[in-house]
Design a protein. Sequence first.
Length: 136
Amino acid sequence: MRCRLELLKAVLLGFLQGATEFLPVSSSGHLVLGSHILGFQDQSIVFDVMLHLGTLVSVLLVFRRELLAMIAAPIQWLNGARADNVRHHLLWDCYIVIATIPAVIVGLTLKDRLEHLFDSVLLVCVMLIVTGTLMV
């Protein structure tokens, strides 16, 4: 019976991740709250990775054409293609690289401090309220 309950909790958290990932809200924050409400705080890092892997697979499926075009754009550019769509996808490649640099720097330098922030349900609630207020 306990195994079924844990499976139900995992399915509910998977649904929560899928429902909030594509919204302009913090899916990770909602996972912290959902885990707390369901009493499922002891999930492993593997569980969290699997939830995000499911999101990655769905993103790859939904945006497969755009992603393939973005992968092909640098090669096409080097081969002399200068069409608008090639430039468009090449710009997106550049934007992703530029936007990733600050995340990598913050992640590498503040990793331990940031991980502890997700241990506080109160802080997650406050930050969700702050984010929601900014969005309004």
